[in-house]
Design a protein around this ligand. Structure first.
Ligand code: ZN
Length: 78
């Protein structure tokens, strides 16, 4: 009955989770994750999904040098 100032309910925390991950925050170090088994499991699920997505779409944004290599290959001809 005496929650910390940054106390979040699980629903509030989970609603912010994707945003926190997207902003590059170290979500695993968040006090809520440290204390809440439920949200640790939820994070593990999210990470499994993110990992699967990376495997399905390994290069959504190809690095610049990839395009340079393609351009060089085109200029060289066949
Ligand atoms: Zn929680």
């Amino acid at each position: 009955m005496n929650p910390a100032p940054d106390h979040l309910s699980c629903a509030e925390f989970q609603a912010r989770l994707a945003e926190m991950i997207g902003s590059g925050a170290n979500v695993a170090a968040h006090p809520h994750i440290q204390q809440c088994e439920l949200c640790r499991a939820f994070l593990a699920d999210l990470e499994a999904i993110a990992q699967a997505a990376r495997e399905l779409f390994p290069a959504v944004e190809p690095p610049d040098d990839l395009w340079e290599n393609i351009e060089t290959a085109i200029k060289k001809g066949k």
